[in-house]
Design a protein around this ligand. Structure first.
Ligand code: SF4
Length: 458
């Protein structure tokens, strides 16, 4: 009864958030920056912000996340952080030798009004940025948006800093994978390569935040999109942006700067969304879908058929990020499940509209809220109970109080290990997701079955 004060009757609230279903912008910006090879993220604010962002990422990925900070104290808070950032840039290039410093703002530096672009130019003019090295930046005030918009802003910053057109278009496709796990980025690359396509995936945290244990510490792991690749994105044939909220901004920037046409679509989670991704790769890349992809799709379909009986009309409560929830809800509906309560902490009414469209034909009422919180979700669950809860680590308290099966999905996951090594995107990711859901449902069924119906074979 950890949440014993949660009442079943929701009350309209405008000025109070209780257990927000999101985290702060700089975490997303830091995550995106780690997907650039040789990059050191830099938090322009106080040490506390940077420590929180690093620890959130380190706990989720179980990898040491390196980042620097402008270390604001009282002086910087009053007079601005320019002097701190100039000193930091000098120190970082001297001591840690990254190829790129990716600076993001925090609530404090945004409130002061520090101009990162002007400071980055000043640093270069004063010779603090060595030849062939870069300082890129993004504005990420955390009193608006969420970690997903922070990610989007930093990816846009990468495009603004590097993408350039030589005037010679080539056959490469840019793919912006969205705010997904490193394993998902790996899976997106694998699928594109099975289709015979040359791609530049950015950012790319695979082999950075799920890197192999080699016994040696590497400040800058082998993975990540390189600066040379980022520069080349301006000559690519097209950009496929996965997850509108996380990826569309950068894709449009690239279109504006270098006239690279963009195709934005939902994250390829589940059958239909993956079908659309494969179809876009086929059309934009001008290739045929190979047998190997068709086989993977067939396997997903087969498992869907095998499991469908246990999913049928199960009521699900979900919370997380808009891009992943939209695809997940579509997938659950395809599995004949009923996603009845859906909450994201990230603001944006388009999310509510999209979820309503996807669930319009269900024979049950659906509650959906953007910029909502876990308190509201819990109230909905108390009033109209569900069979399953899906969301990040913070859902475990509600699952325990309501005695519900719980599938961990999204960011952050602090209390389980291994999620960054297995994808949930693509056809194979869909199978893994279904396995996790069915395991949770059947473990609960086994626990609650009387002895005479405790079956060995289901
Ligand atoms: S919400 Fe603002 S002050 Fe708090 S950790 Fe995030 S950036 Fe820092």
């Amino acid at each position: 009864m950890l949440l014993r004060h949660t009442s079943a009757e929701p009350v309209e609230r405008t000025g109070l958030m209780i257990n927000p279903a999101k985290t702060c912008q700089p975490i997303g910006a830091m995550y995106a920056a780690l997907g650039l090879h040789g990059c050191l993220p830099h938090s322009h604010g106080s040490q506390g912000c940077c420590a929180y962002h690093r620890s959130a990422l380190t706990r989720h990925y179980r990898e040491p996340v390196m980042a620097a900070t402008s270390s604001f104290t009282e002086g910087a808070s009053v007079f601005g952080g320019q002097a701190n950032l100039l000193q930091a840039i000098d120190n970082i290039f001297t001591v840690y030798d990254p190829e790129v410093i990716a600076v993001h703002t925090t609530c404090l530096s945004e409130t002061i009004g520090d101009d990162l672009n002007q400071i980055a130019i000043k640093a270069k003019d004063e010779g603090k940025v060595p030849e062939g090295k870069y300082v890129i930046h993004a504005s990420t005030p955390s009193y608006v948006g969420s970690h997903v918009t922070g990610f989007a802003n930093m990816v846009q910053g990468m495009v603004s800093a590097f993408s350039a057109s030589t005037g010679k278009r080539n056959e490469t496709l840019n793919i912006i994978p969205g705010y997904v796990e490193p394993s998902d980025m790996e899976e997106i690359k694998r699928m594109a390569s099975l289709m015979g396509l040359k791609t530049i995936v950015f950012p790319d945290t695979s082999n950075v935040l799920n890197a192999p244990q080699t016994g040696k510490f590497r400040m800058y792991p082998k993975g990540g999109v390189t600066v040379a690749e980022m520069k080349a994105t301006g000559d690519s044939k097209a950009t496929i942006a996965l997850g509108p909220l996380a990826s569309d901004l950068a894709a449009r920037k690239l279109d504006t700067l270098c006239k690279v046409p963009c195709h934005t679509q939902e994250l390829p989670i589940g059958l239909q969304a993956t079908d659309r991704f494969v179809d876009t790769l086929r059309k934009v890349g001008g290739v045929s879908v190979p047998e190997s992809i068709a086989v993977e799709r067939g396997k997903l379909l087969d498992v869907m058929t095998d499991m469908q009986a246990w999913f049928y009309q199960k009521r699900v409560a979900l919370f997380g990020d808009p891009d992943s929830l939209v695809s997940l809800v579509e997938f659950l509906v395809a599995l004949d499940m009923h996603p009845v309560h859906v909450v994201t902490g990230t603001p944006g009414k388009a999310f509510e509209q999209k979820i309503r469209e996807l669930t319009a034909h269900l024979p049950v009422p659906v509650n959906v809220k953007a910029h909502g919180d876990l308190f509201l979700l819990h109230q909905w669950m108390k009033k109209e109970p569900v069979d399953l809860l899906m969301g990040n680590t913070y859902g475990k308290y509600m699952a325990r109080d309501e005695d519900l099966p719980f599938v961990r999905f999204g960011f952050p996951i602090f209390d389980r290990v291994g999620h960054s090594y297995f994808p949930t995107v693509g056809y194979m990711g869909g199978i893994r997701l279904m396995e996790k859901i069915l395991d949770a449902l059947l473990d609960r069924k086994d626990r609650d079955s009387p002895e005479e119906s405790f079956e060995l074979v289901i």
